[in-house]
Design a protein around this ligand. Structure first.
Ligand code: FAD
Ligand code: SIN
Length: 542
């Protein structure tokens, strides 16, 4: 990759990054002369589609069946799931644009599942939704979405794709430390760092659920965007609300495999290992209560009965229905010897989604000039204290489009910074102590799971804080002494994210949504009906 100045550099090739790249290339091409087509760099740290989007199962929520559903109902369900903390403007903004976003995706050639013998799209149901409103491509919606969008991106000559390039840090202008002018990228094949100037930089780097030992997320979810933005001076909000998905496959060899909430939407029941259903004891919506309630109920029952898992059972449905609606889950479970058409699936909760993130406005703009954030890495106020199922892909699509509109209107105002501070590795050497990095990865994720998981306590949070601070000192020493590689950069970012989660959780002395603490087991609207906003030392107010 040479270091030409790009008009826009987008870090991340999930639903948000791909959508933004396409929207920008289309809108700008349509509005400018052909010799004035902006150059877009689209970056992924691993193989091009690797990220949460690729593994999304359930679908995308939007009001599509206007005979039986309304925007008001989708808004209301989202607000209910968010336990008082959703920003109404963001909720309305997103949900009102749902139908248009889905149509845009369909126009890009992405196909969704249909009703039997009909052209109508099949809409499924998930927790918190009072209506069937989740459009999906069987149980592999993310694969259909990302492959469809990528095939369009590849046709655009002004989008350059760079795989295996890891963004290390944002570059701030030497003349104005509130302005982002590019990014340092590590080529993970050559291990060289280059500085890439850009008029506009967009973080579309996904979530941070890898901070927990057990997660539904792929390895890429290390919170890099959140950590980079924090180091550069952006505010980060609501990091205590990390969502645990109630049902991930429990099997020693099944790394990160999700069992979609859509199974419960289609009638699957949660049972103890002796076969007794239990969700009726926790919520009248039973299996279709929002995720915070279902995950906490499973955690409670596992601790009460001393079992390592509970069962999710859909075997009462016809085998053909199961294979047709859930072909990926059926096949994957079969490889582990579980036939879901005739037996229950052992499941456990696992870290799934980062509701907090880099604070943005409704155009995706962050606290820094020329820096945007979209998708799971951003905090838009949509999800409040608990994201409702299938609202995330919708947020990716809607906010990518909004950011594209804003960028398009601003782009002509900006010049490229002619001289960026070069990456300086003159004082570091190659390391022969890689074991330190591996050990710290493991330790961090383990104490986050044990001390900052589904059920929290003051004492555990304090222990976690002491440990993360110790780890940060070790990581910083290591970072100063040795040449960087992707494991070290991701570990450094995870440690920052862990500290942000712990600090946010310590501030919230109540239980709400995804944050449940035994020391303050009740909601306290008088003191805590607000976001937890953390400001870095270098934060400068506008
Ligand atoms: P991602 O899709 O995670 O993409 C992040 C991108 O950033 C990747 O390309 C990665 O390589 C890149 N990146 C990260 N850091 C760097 C760096 N430092 N340098 C360079 N590149 C970097 N939501 C729904 O709405 N419906 C669902 O059905 C659904 N199912 C899900 C199932 C699973 C198993 C999981 C894990 C999540 C699911 N979600 C679902 C959540 C949803 O998939 C994600 O929130 C969403 O896909 C995030 O998209 P994104 O574009 O923000 O990030
Ligand atoms: C699932 O299919 O259960 C995941 C849906 C989501 O995370 O929105």
């Amino acid at each position: 990759m040479n270091t030409e100045c790009f008009d826009i550099i987008i870090v991340g090739t999930g639903a948000s990054g791909l959508t933004l790249a396409l929207e920008l290339s289309e809108q700008i091409q349509a509005k400018t002369d052909s010799d004035d087509v902006p150059q877009i760099a689209l970056i992924s740290k691993g193989p091009i589609l690797e990220g949460s989007t690729l593994y999304a199962q359930g679908g995308i929520a939007a009001v599509l069946d206007e005979n039986n559903d309304t925007i008001a109902s989708h808004i209301n369900d989202t607000l209910n799931a968010g336990a008082g903390l959703c920003h109404l403007d963001s909720v309305e903004f997103t949900i009102e644009r749902g139908k248009e976003a889905i149509q845009w995706v369909i126009d890009k050639g992405v196909d969704f599942s249909r009703e039997d013998k009909s052209d109508e799209y099949h809409l499924t149901r998930e927790g918190g939704h009072s209506q069937r409103r989740v459009i999906h491509a069987a149980d592999a919606t993310g694969k259909a979405l990302s492959e469809g969008l990528l095939s369009q991106v590849k046709k655009k000559p002004n989008i350059k794709l760079f795989e295996h390039h890891l963004a290390v840090d944002l570059i701030l202008s030497p003349h104005n430390t509130r302005q982002c002018v590019g990014i340092y990228l590590l080529d993970t094949h050559s291990n060289q760092v280059i500085e890439v100037p850009a008029k506009i930089t967009v973080l579309a780097t996904g979530g941070a659920s890898k901070v927990y030992l057990y997660t539904s997320n792929p390895d890429s979810s290390t919170g890099d965007g959140i950590a980079m933005a924090w180091r550069a001076g952006c505010r980060i909000a609501n990091m205590e609300f990390n969502q645990f998905h109630p049902t991930c496959l429990y099997h020693p060899k099944a790394k990160s495999f999700l069992i979609s909430e859509a199974l419960r939407g289609e009638g699957a029941k949660l049972k103890l290992i002796n076969g007794t259903p239990f969700m009726h004891k926790f919520d009248e919506r039973e299996e279709l209560a929002p995720r915070d309630i279902v995950a906490q109920a499973i955690d409670y029952e596992m601790k009460r009965t001393g079992s390592d898992y509970v069962y999710l059972d859909i075997s009462h449905k016809p085998a053909e229905f199961i294979k047709d609606h859930f072909p990926t889950i059926y096949q994957r479970c079969l490889t582990f010897g579980i036939d879901i058409t005739s037996e229950p699936i052992p499941v456990v909760p696992a870290a799934h989604y980062t509701c907090g993130g880099i604070m943005t406005n409704l155009d995706g703009q962050t606290d820094l000039e020329n820096l945007f954030a979209i998708g799971e890495t951003a905090f838009t106020g949509l999800h409040g204290a608990n994201r409702m199922a299938s609202n995330s892909l919708l947020e990716c699509l809607v906010f990518a489009k909004a950011a594209a509109d804003k960028i398009k209107s601003q782009l002509r105002q900006y010049q490229c910074e002619p001289q960026l501070p070069p990456w300086d590795d003159s004082r570091v050497t190659g390391s022969e102590e890689g074991v330190v990095v591996t050990h710290n990865w493991d330790e961090l994720r383990r104490f986050m799971w044990n001390y900052v998981g589904i059920v929290r306590k003051n004492k555990r949070l304090l222990l976690a804080k002491q440990r993360v601070q110790l780890l940060q000192r070790e990581i910083d020493d290591y970072y100063r002494q040795y040449l960087i590689n992707s494991d070290l950069i991701e570990l450094r970012n995870l440690a920052i994210v862990a500290e942000l989660i712990i600090n946010s959780a310590m501030k919230r002395k109540e239980s709400r949504g995804l944050h449940y603490t035994l020391d303050y087991p009740y909601k306290d609207d008088n003191k805590f009906l607000n976001d937890t906003i953390l400001k870095p030392k270098n934060y400068q107010q506008h």
